[in-house]
Design a binder for this molecule. Structure first.
Ligand code: SF4
Length: 417
């Protein structure tokens, strides 16, 4: 294991310190509707008790800023000090509005405005506001949601992801704002690992290294989701890259915490996780064999458990024995039962090979985030679904109870053509 990358220290609220040799911080995100204040407070209570050191909450509209404030106040009045992170997509207006409310804000500045120069100007204003309130931020870029200007210039590659992030990193340094964490998530483990390596290298070259939030986005659920997350995150942590982690699962967010805690404990001085024997076997195998497989140091895994071997090889993209699934974890934007639907899609499509199928919780971010998917099942809300072939919506407004069948038909039809 390499020594941890030397990074800046980022303070979030009064209780959490990220980077600079501190134990790896574990976090997760609520999947309740932010407007449902009581449900969100109850979930935060549960997640804080389960050891989440930061809790992220989506803020899809200006009206939700008041809901976030209410959630924050209620938690503090109960003595729960876990810092909250506002998750903002697209709107600089909402990003600015939450700065006085919560300890940390996650943004993708490239989405602040379609005009890149305007996005830069808005990000500059946002940084000044964060300075005033002494907030922390995460610059969160995902594979699949890179700005158009970056994709046109550099393609949709790990290098492009790192370059895109460096533009905002440079702006923070120039503005003398250092309470910054950066993430470059992807659902493809190879892309994800290489993007973080490249970003770490570029920040070292720049002479200012911000802590990294590492995670595999849209990892799915069950054993596959856990293994996919662990092979990639452990590879980076073993290289000293990563200061805070989120294991995204399409399940109850509390289920993410033992997995994240296992990783944090294995690679730093963080508290250990309580795991079942089976879960420990799976996570240990993913951490033991992930890096050698991803780095092409080995071509096979010397274990007797054929199922686990298949899962490890697929998670590292060395051999595909079943469809590759991408599923977002869901959040306050999700308007249907994502976990149940994802399981139905997996069951109905298990027989297809060499295909990437995405199941996404919302029409706002889902299509952009599906990155390499061949087919996408995207919830529109109000019982309707849009099916995608690559990035193209091919069947819109399908009633939810017909959508899985239509997806199977679509794949079958394409295979006959
Ligand atoms: S794609 Fe999923 S996790 Fe992302 S914003 Fe939409 S519902 Fe939330």
């Amino acid at each position: 294991m390499k020594e941890a990358l030397s990074t800046r220290e980022v303070r979030v609220g009064t209780s959490v310190v990220i980077g600079s040799g501190h134990p790896i911080v574990v976090q997760t995100m609520c999947n309740t509707h932010t407007a449902d204040v009581q449900a969100t407070v109850a979930q935060c209570r549960r997640l804080a008790a389960a050891g989440s050191q930061l809790i992220r909450i989506t803020v899809p509209s200006m009206a939700d800023v008041a809901h976030l404030q209410e959630i924050h106040m209620q938690l503090r009045s109960e003595g729960i000090q876990t810092p909250l992170v506002a998750d903002i997509h697209f709107s600089s207006e909402i990003a600015m509005a939450v700065v006085p409310v919560v300890e940390k804000i996650r943004i993708n500045p490239g989405n602040f405005h379609p005009d890149h120069e305007k996005a830069r100007a808005l990000f500059g204003e946002f940084l000044e506001l964060c300075k005033k309130y002494d907030r922390a931020i995460r610059i969160g870029l995902n594979h699949g949601s890179l700005g158009k200007y970056i994709v046109e210039k550099y393609g949709n590659t790990p290098e492009a992801m790192a370059l895109a992030a460096m533009e905002w990193v440079d702006m923070c340094i120039d503005a003398h704002f250092y309470n910054v964490v950066v993430s470059l998530k992807a659902s493809n483990t190879v892309v994800m690992v290489n993007a973080y390596r490249e970003l770490a290298r570029r920040m070292q070259e720049r002479g200012v290294v911000f802590p990294l939030h590492v995670g595999v986005t849209e990892a799915g659920n069950g054993d596959s989701g856990r293994i996919k997350s662990c092979v990639a995150i452990s590879t980076l942590l073993s290289e000293g890259i990563g200061n805070t982690i989120r294991v995204s699962l399409t399940e109850d967010p509390a289920n993410e915490l033992p997995v994240a805690q296992y990783l944090a404990h294995r690679f730093s001085d963080a508290p250990s996780a309580v795991l079942s024997e089976r879960e420990e076997t799976i996570l240990k195998a993913a951490c033991d064999w992930g890096a050698p497989l991803l780095n092409h140091e080995i071509d096979d895994v010397p274990i007797a458990d054929e199922y686990l071997k298949d899962e490890l090889l697929q998670a590292c993209r060395r051999r595909f024995y079943k469809p590759e699934y991408i599923a977002c974890p869901g959040c306050g934007r999700t308007l249907y039962n994502l976990e149940e639907t994802f399981n139905k899609v997996k069951e109905a499509t298990a027989g297809f090979k060499d295909v990437v199928i995405a199941v996404m919780g919302c029409i706002v971010n889902g299509p952009g985030e599906m990155a390499d998917a061949d087919y996408g099942y995207v919830g529109e809300g109000f019982g309707k679904v849009t099916l995608y072939r690559k990035k193209e919506p091919v069947l819109r407004h399908i009633p939810e109870d017909e959508a899985v069948e239509k997806l199977v038909e679509l794949i079958r039809q394409d295979r006959q053509d």
